[in-house]
Write a protein that binds this ligand. Sequence first.
Ligand code: SF4
Length: 275
Amino acid sequence: MTININTTTKPTWCPGCFNYQTLAGIKSALTKSVKKKEDIAIVTGIGCFPKIFDYLNLNGINTLHGRVPPTCLGIKIGNPNLTVLGFSGDGDAYAEGIEHTIHAARYNSDFKYIVSNNQVFALTVGQPTPTTELGFTDKTTPLGVKTQPINPIKLMLASGASFVARVSADTKQVEYVMDEALKHKGFAFIEILQPCITFHPDLEYKNKIYSLEKNKHNKTDFNEAWKRAEEFDYNTAKKIPIGIFYQVTKPVFEEQFPQLMELKKKKIGWKNIGR
Ligand code: SF4
């Protein structure tokens, strides 16, 4: 029997927003691989995409702006048996929360971090984020963005992440990469590239993306992952690789503490231990 994680809340995303496709992919992956709703906890930040909290009938925390990764880590320490998923937008993950995103990669706690990147602060009507391309203008930046965007794939590789992926907001791609991330032991970083059709509609990804998997990419080779990551600098690019850039086995944070391993063995959280 599959779990039902639908809610009756009507999404307030703009009609046609790519978040709908991402949501469908996430729901498919979770209903396939998780047996009980109680086994999952979700954490969302602030932004358009984090409104996903209202559209998934799952336990969780809608946390402070930028604080998704430490909240996920706290939940894993409270009960390492839970499947924990964090959801942010590019403003949340790369501006307010960039330090937490870096440390999440470094700790390698076993949670999955899904970041929807539309290269703009969409919820607050279109200001540039750290991944906005050079020259972008809005009311706050009438002379255009003058600073180079960061490359989150390179940032995650350099910070020690054991699973680094990027897909576009296509239901099948999201489902595929979520399936792989859920099987991965350790921190998984997934960036979902999508234009904001209201505040940044001129981004053109569709005809540039190509699949790493179909191009014989070796996802265990760090140098190859780095080279592929450099193909798209979040400004202009002729081609944008999507898929799993890098996946290796590294020590998982929780598994290095006997107290937490005891909880795992007994399949309980701290609240059930009777202390
Ligand atoms: Fe989607 Fe952009 Fe509308 Fe937000 S503002 S719901 S990201 S289209």
